[in-house]
Design a protein around this ligand. Structure first.
Ligand code: ARG
Ligand code: ZN
Length: 495
């Protein structure tokens, strides 16, 4: 971006003018993007966030959101200024208690210039006071803030934070969260983690939520509206908090019949993936018109449409599998999306087998043989699909078939060790597809580069040699009973 390019001479002149010490010449603006080639301006350079403290007030009638964000971070370079990703109107910014100047720049950049430059390694507290009507704000021509008849919801991937809190919006910078939201009495506010308190005064109710484990920004969620909140515990003791819009109409029974199985499914998944990584689990079903579900951390977002054809535990399995594959272990970059969607889909296949609706073998064979070699399906490489195909069917289905191919190659013993060992190896952190490839080779002791290349990177159908366990082309196959339910959990059309 032009405003970032400062000639060295100009910088020296500026430091003379501002009487900054000569060493300040090394201070420069943090980059407007964190360096993800899929989304050049997502996230920012120069600092690392450890905690977001958000105090918000929302009025459903007008869609007005007011807030103060208190962000704890540490600088990772000498900074003269830095960006947050944010769209609402800012009235004041303080850095370590001192007022800073700020300006909105291209798309979703909020540029903050502290009074004094910040040396590398400095702990900083950034307070941002803001307000606005999120549904009127857009970047790149879209908004992901969904208004509902009784409120609104923030839940989308790869971005949803810009409409409700300023952040370093990239999964590689995870942080803990405290989210306190005041809503008019009778309205509920749902977010991630544990519900710490609910208190009412003068016609407003404040809900305070805490996420005490690192969480990616796109996995932070906020729902405001009229909800029925249910609480329970899984057989193994995981506290479950679910919420259902009181306005789900004909979808209400199927939504509850599915989402109330959260505890049971979390326990079942932990047999494959290891202990559930978070302090609470759950989901919510707001009255939205979008079609997708999203693995928002500990509190999954479900669209009522997921339940329009009856109970759908398969989508619950998909989103809860993400709690390990995506939320506990998050992507290093958006190109690593297979680590999320391939594994969440494979969990649905395991569930299908468990329910007697088709084995993982049958589902993998279905993917392999339903798409002939000239089907454009095979053009999408799950290991690096590109931003436009991040949620393409191939990332899910070819991605899950790739996992079956890995299982065929390394055998069940090593395969299930990999499946359970991976979340532990990168607990609460970030990892890439390349990291997974190395890990699978290390655990299995087998060279796997050729297999991964054929399944994850080549824009063609893997040859028979890379699909040895798969049914040969032309074998007549019956579609597994679970097929449609498995497909229904895909990202679907955007927004
Ligand atoms: N990770 C989500 C899922 O597979 C997909 C979200 C896709 N986003 C979208 N806006 N369609 O559960
Ligand atoms: Zn998914």
């Amino acid at each position: 971006m032009h405003r970032r390019i400062i000639a060295p001479g100009a910088l020296a002149a500026a430091s003379l003018l501002l009487a900054i010490p000569a060493s300040a010449a090394s201070y420069s603006p943090g980059a407007p993007g964190i360096g993800d080639p899929y989304y050049p301006y997502y996230g920012n350079g120069g600092y690392d966030v450890s905690h977001y403290g958000l105090r918000l007030r929302y009025q459903p009638k007008t869609d007005e959101l007011q807030g103060t964000a208190t962000i704890k971070a540490r600088t990772t370079q000498d900074l003269s200024s830095f960006d947050l990703d944010f769209l609402l109107d800012v009235s004041e910014v303080r850095v370590n208690g001192v007022k800073a100047s700020f300006t909105h720049a291209e798309q979703h950049e909020l540029v903050i210039t502290p009074k004094r430059p910040l040396a590398k390694g400095t702990p900083i507290t950034v307070e941002v006071r803001y307000s606005g009507v999120p549904s009127t704000k857009s970047a790149y021509g879209f908004t992901t803030w969904h208004r509902t008849p009784d409120g609104a919801v923030a839940a989308d991937e790869p971005e949803s934070a810009w409409w409700w809190f300023p952040s370093n919006d990239h999964p590689s910078d995870k942080a803990t969260y405290d989210v306190s939201v005041s809503v008019p009495k009778g309205t509920q506010a749902i977010s991630n983690g544990a519900l710490r308190s609910v208190s009412s005064k003068r016609g407003w109710t404040e809900y305070s939520w805490r996420q005490d484990r690192p969480q990616a920004t796109y996995l932070a969620t906020l729902a405001l509206g009229r909800f029925d909140i249910t609480t329970s515990r899984s057989g193994r003791g995981v506290p479950v908090i679910n919420a259902y819009s009181t306005d789900l109409g004909a979808n209400d029974a199927a939504a509850r019949a599915s989402v109330e199985r959260t505890g049971e499914i979390v326990d079942w998944l932990s047999n494959y993936f290891g202990p559930y990584p978070f302090a609470t689990a759950g989901g919510y079903v707001p009255n939205t018109t979008t079609g997708y579900a999203l693995e928002t951390q500990t509190r999954v977002y479900y669209s009522p449409k997921q339940f329009a054809k009856g109970a759908n535990p398969s989508v619950v399995v998909h989103e809860l599998a993400h709690q390990w594959y995506g939320d506990d272990v998050s992507l290093k970059g958006w190109k690593d999306i297979w680590l999320n969607e391939g594994f969440a889909t494979y969990a649905q296949w395991l569930w299908s087998e468990h329910e007697g609706q088709g084995t993982t073998r049958q589902l993998a064979d279905q993917v392999y043989s339903a798409h002939p070699a000239d089907d454009p399906f095979w053009k999408v490489a799950p290991g690096d699909p590109g931003p436009d195909d991040q949620f393409d069917d191939a990332v899910y289905d070819r991605g899950a078939a790739a996992i079956q191919a890995l299982r065929d190659r390394v055998g069940d013993h090593a395969f299930f060790r990999i499946l359970k060992g991976w979340p532990k190896a990168h607990a609460y952190g970030n990892a890439s597809v390349a990291d997974f490839e190395k890990y699978a080779e290390q655990i299995s002791g087998k060279p796997l580069a050729g297999l991964f290349d054929a399944w994850l990177y080549q824009p063609v159908k893997p040859a028979a040699s890379a699909a040895r366990g798969f049914a040969a082309a032309g074998t007549p196959l019956a579609q597994p009973k679970s097929w449609k339910a498995v497909e229904a959990a895909h990202g679907g059309p955007n927004r």
